[in-house]
Design a protein around this ligand. Structure first.
Ligand code: GLP
Length: 249
């Protein structure tokens, strides 16, 4: 894992947005895995600005979101689809049919994985990390599911997503569909972004602790091409040797 520490939230978000824009310029028909969460809002804001300056063209790109709640009516403002439209899709030139979200239903998880494969596989998968170590909605457990599947969300995750539902954890759907850890690990490159002191301990566990299904993000340590982008606060619990090579950090 390559760990990159930036001084602030904004510079960390900008680094990720810049990386994605550069990848889009090199390979316009890129297939991206995209997450939601508060961490990603400044990344998408920066990507929109890059798009407006002509530096990020989504015209040939394809996106697959990591997860989606089950049971919300189409267009529900708390859905991840609504989040993506609000923060990115409505402001860039991604084709209407080029974005997908996992749907519930029998065999729909494996159908989602097959459509990712048909698109050529994920070139880059951007992920956040939950305070409990979840990645996508792969919650800590004694075993993890490799393919896209239905998950029951843990109370901590309901709380973390309450901001989408008027700060009411009891209004957050209890079930969701999520890419499996295998789906994520098949991406050619993975970029993990975390910010803030509240993520410091779990970032340490995921990047410098043992590989365990109890910290699903730790499985990323087994991937050959992962970049972990952190702000200084999220990096504050890392052992010295895992700090950024950037001078002064
Ligand atoms: C949700 C998403 C995850 C994301 C997590 C982090 O649970 N399903 O993909 O990593 O939020 O959220 P935040 O960035 O708000 O801390």
């Amino acid at each position: 894992m390559q760990v990159l520490v930036l001084p602030t939230r904004d510079t960390a978000a900008l680094a990720v947005a810049g990386f994605l824009a550069q990848t889009l310029r090199r390979a316009p028909d890129i297939v991206m895995g995209l997450p939601t969460g508060r961490t990603m809002i400044p990344v998408y804001r920066a990507l929109v600005r890059l798009h407006q300056s002509g530096l990020a063209d989504f015209g040939a790109a394809t996106t697959f979101n990591l997860d989606e709640f089950i049971g919300l009516r189409p267009g529900h403002p708390g859905s991840f689809r609504a989040y993506m439209h609000q923060h990115l899709f409505d402001h860039v030139n991604l084709r209407r049919r080029a974005s997908s979200f996992p749907r519930s239903g029998r065999r729909s998880g494996s159908a989602y994985d097959r459509s990712i494969e048909r698109a050529g596989g994920l070139d880059v998968c951007l992920v956040g990390i939950g305070r409990n170590g979840h990645v996508g909605f792969n919650e800590p457990a004694s075993t993890l599911v490799a393919e896209t599947h239905r998950v029951r969300l843990l109370p901590a995750t309901l709380r973390a997503n309450a901001f989408l539902f008027g700060d009411r954890p009891d209004h957050v759907p209890k079930f969701a569909m999520s890419m499996g850890i295998g789906t994520i690990l098949r991406a050619r490159a993975v970029v993990l972004l975390a910010m803030g002191k509240g993520k410091a301990e779990i970032v340490r566990a995921a990047t410098a602790g043992p590989v365990t299904t109890r910290v699903p993000a730790s499985l990323l340590q087994t991937h050959p091409n992962v970049v972990v982008v952190l702000d200084r606060d999220a990096a504050s619990a890392l052992p010295r040797t895992r700090r950024s090579p950037i001078r002064g950090l």
